[in-house]
Design a protein around this ligand. Sequence first.
Ligand SMILES: NC(=O)c1ccc[n+]([C@@H]2O[C@H](COP(=O)([O-])OP(=O)(O)OC[C@H]3O[C@@H](n4cnc5c(N)ncnc54)[C@H](O)[C@@H]3O)[C@@H](O)[C@H]2O)c1
Length: 408
Amino acid sequence: MHLLITGGCGFVGSRIAKWFLANGPASSGNASSGSFTPALQITLVDNLMRPGSQTNRAPLECLGAEVILGDLRHRDFVESLPACDWVIDCAANPSVLAGLGSSALCAPPSTPSQATQSPSQTLVDHNLGGTIHLLEYCKRHRAGMVLLSSSRVYSIRELSGIPHQIKNSVLEFDWDRIESENLIPGLSRQGIDERFSVEPPLSLYGATKLASEWLAKEYSSAFDFPLWINRCGILAGSGQFGKADQGIITYWMHRFLYRHPLRMLGFQGSGAQVRDCLHPEDLARLIHRQISASQGLQTQHPAQNHPSFRSKPITVNVSGGIESAFSLQELHEWCLRRWGSDRFGAACELQRIDQPRPYDAPWIVLDSNKARQTWDWEPLRDRLSIWEEIAEHAEENPNWLQISGGID
Ligand SMILES: NC(=O)c1ccc[n+]([C@@H]2O[C@H](COP(=O)([O-])OP(=O)(O)OC[C@H]3O[C@@H](n4cnc5c(N)ncnc54)[C@H](O)[C@@H]3O)[C@@H](O)[C@H]2O)c1
C-alpha cells in the first residue's frame, strides 16, 4: 500500500507518518490482531512553509519515507506526483487568524503574481486550492482520501452565543436548560456534534476547510473514490510548532518555562476559555481503521455503493472529547506547579487583557461519539499524558520556539 501524506513534514502529518511506519499499512485485519500486509510505501509532500517543519525531513527519510518538496498550489506539481492508494491530506495553514494580515504564513512566492498576492488569497490558495488539486489527483488515480478538517467549520456566531457565565476563571453553563430546551441544535454537555451550525462567519481558515469538505464529498461521489473527513479539535503532542495562534499548548508551556511574557486575551482576561485535545497517534489509529475498512474499494465499481460506505458517515468529529477539556487557566496552573519555582528563573510576566481576539470562542469541545461508535475507536492518550509529553519536549528543546516561530 502506498500512502501519500501532504503536509507530511508538519506536526500532524509527520506524527501520522511515524505511526504508520511503526505499525504497518492498513489491511483488512486490524492493528491489534497483527494481521498486516507487509508492504508499505509512504511519500510525504511538503513545501516546508511552516517554520520548524524542515526539522522533520531528515528523520522521516531515515525511517524510510520518501519526502518530495513542492507546493500543492501548483497543479503541475501535483500532477507530477507518483500514483498512490490513499492521500492523507494534512497540508494547510491551520490558524484561525491566517489570511487576515501579518499572521498569514507565507511560502516564498514562486511567481511574480504571488509576490503581490494578498494574505487572504494566499490562504485560500494553500488550503482550498491545494485540496482541489489533490481531488483531481484522487480522481485520476482512483486514490482514496482522508481529509483533516477542523472544529473551526462550526459557526463562530453560534459558538460565541452559547450562554455562559465566568466565575473565578471557570465557565459555567446551565446545561439542564440548554439540553432540555434544545437551545442550540448540536450542543450538549458532551460537546458540539456534527449537527451544530456551520453558518459563516467561521474564519477564513474554517471556511476553506468547510469548502474543502464540500468539494471532497462532491468529487468522491461524482468520481467514485473513498473519502473520510475527520473534523479535529485541538491536536497536541511533542514536536508541535507553537505560535500564539496555533499550537497553543506547546506555545504556552515553552513560553512559561523559558520565561517569555504571556497574555490571556478576552473573557475578562480570566483564561476561562475551554478546548479539548487529542494526540495525533490516536488520530492515526482512527485513520488506520478508516483505510482498512475501505482498502481495495478503489477497484470496485461503484465504490460508493459498497456496504462499508453506505453504513458509515463520511464526516465525523474527532477529539479527546469532554474528558480531555481544559481551560487556559488550568494549563497555566499546571505550568506553575511544574516550573513555577525560582529554580527556573524569575516568574514570567502574565498580562490579563479583556480585549477579545478575532474568531475566539469560549468553549470549543467536540462531541466525538459518532466517530467512537462508527469506528469502535476511542483515544488512548489522556490530557495529562499529552501535557507531560509536551513538557518533556520543552525541557529538552530550549530553542523550540525560535525554530517554530513562537518568539515575537
Ligand atoms: N493541529 C491542530 O490542532 C489541528 C486541529 C484541527 C485540524 N488540523 C488540521 O490538521 C492538518 C495538519 O495540521 P498541523 O497542526 O500539522 O499543521 P502544521 O502547520 O504543523 O503542518 C502543515 C504542513 O503543511 C505544509 N503545507 C502548507 N501548505 C502547503 C502547500 N501549499 N504545499 C505543500 N505543503 C504545504 C506546511 O509546510 C506544514 O509542514 C491541517 O489540515 C489542519 O487544518 C490541525
